[in-house]
Unconditional design. Sequence first.
Length: 180
Amino acid sequence: DNPIYKILKMQSNHRLHKLLKKAFEEEQRRKALEEELKRKALEIELKRKALEEELKRKALEEELKRKALEEEQRKEEEEQIQAQLKSQKEKSKWNEDENIIQDGKKKGKNKKKDKDEKSMNESDSESESENESVNENKIDNQRQNNIRSSPPPTLQQQQTNSQQMGYSAGRPVLKFYVIF
């Protein structure tokens, strides 16, 4: 029970107490930091999941928009095709109607021509047979006289003659007449 020993023991106890107190405080700080790190890690994980969900939602929205646009384009293409088909049907119907009208006009004209020709043919057939033989003789005589008296035709005259007869450079020329 030495007083010095007591003093030394008290001082060492005091230092030990300080060291224990400091160690306890450090342990408390470490635990608080661990809790803070866990809390922040949890917050980060929640934010990451929220961002993933947001990205999935946006991707789904984009996919829906793309599908809606594709559907709209497909409908527009179908409408254009339907319009083209309708236009072609109208054109073909109009052409058929026009052909029917043209056929009707031709038949009407042909009937009138046939009636006129029949009446003219009956009267002309009698006089025609008489005039035919006379005309043939006259034409033959005239050709023979022309051949004997005229110089040979030039190239330009031959081309003009062949064009008048319906030939162009030795080939027949097809002429079409449209009657309205």
